[in-house]
Write a protein of this length. Structure first.
Length: 97
């Protein structure tokens, strides 16, 4: 059932994308710093969407890597603290009169 729902949703998204591309087929000139290019508006929008998705994945990856590094550091500190507590528990208690 889940696969069927995913398939129907994917087909709907593809159909919407194709209809959008057909409705926005006019050529648009875009000027860059180093040149210019003329392509259909729908293609420019698809390129912008792709670039945005790639940048979003890269930024999320950087955050994830930073969190994993922090988690590893905290686990090391917790392990060190546990061993220190275990060593302190082994020491005999002394009463100071």
């Amino acid at each position: 059932m889940r696969r069927l729902l995913f398939l129907v949703l994917a087909i709907a998204v593809i159909a919407l994308g194709l209809s959008f591309a057909l409705l926005n087929g006019e050529e648009v000139m875009v000027n860059y710093y180093f040149g210019s290019a003329a392509m259909p508006l729908s293609l420019w929008l698809a390129i912008a969407l792709l670039v945005g998705a790639v940048l979003g994945v890269l930024s999320a990856t950087m955050v994830l890597l930073r969190q994993r590094r922090e988690l590893a550091r905290l686990r090391r500190e917790a392990r060190h603290a546990r061993t220190e507590v275990d060593e302190l528990r082994k020491l005999p208690l002394r009463d100071n009169p």
